[in-house]
Ligand binder design. Structure first.
Ligand SMILES: [Zn+2]
Length: 115
């Protein structure tokens, strides 16, 4: 598992919330830890201007599309890792990430449908 994915898993285990928004610098999915929004790749706080509610961030077809692409790419990477892992602990981590990513995709679909 690469560092970025590991970091995401750690964040989620620590109770961080995966946002439906991506880092303006690297396009990685952002996480909310308590009040802070952080990028697991740049490893720094991201300030999202003014209205940072999830709905506001999601309100834009382009952003949704970008998230969908990022997630789909991640799922593909994870899927490839999954086939050569046998360690139960790692498998659980990968499966957890997968289900989270799939949930995000599902949410995107729902948001699209509700427009
Ligand atoms: Zn970043």
């Amino acid at each position: 598992m690469n560092d970025q994915v590991k970091r995401m898993a750690e964040l989620l285990k620590g109770g961080a919330k995966m946002l439906a928004s991506t880092c303006p610098e690297c396009g990685t999915i952002l996480f909310q830890v308590r009040g802070d929004i952080i990028c697991p790749k740049c490893n720094k706080r991201i300030i999202i201007a003014k209205n940072n509610s999830e709905t506001e961030i999601l309100d834009g077809g382009l952003v949704l599309h970008q998230i969908e692409l990022t997630i789909t790419k991640k799922i593909d990477e994870i899927q490839r890792q999954l086939s050569d892992k046998n360690d139960p602990k790692e498998l659980v981590e990968i499966a957890t990430l997968l289900s989270i990513f799939l949930e995000v995709l599902e949410r995107i679909k729902r948001i699209r449908g509700s427009r």
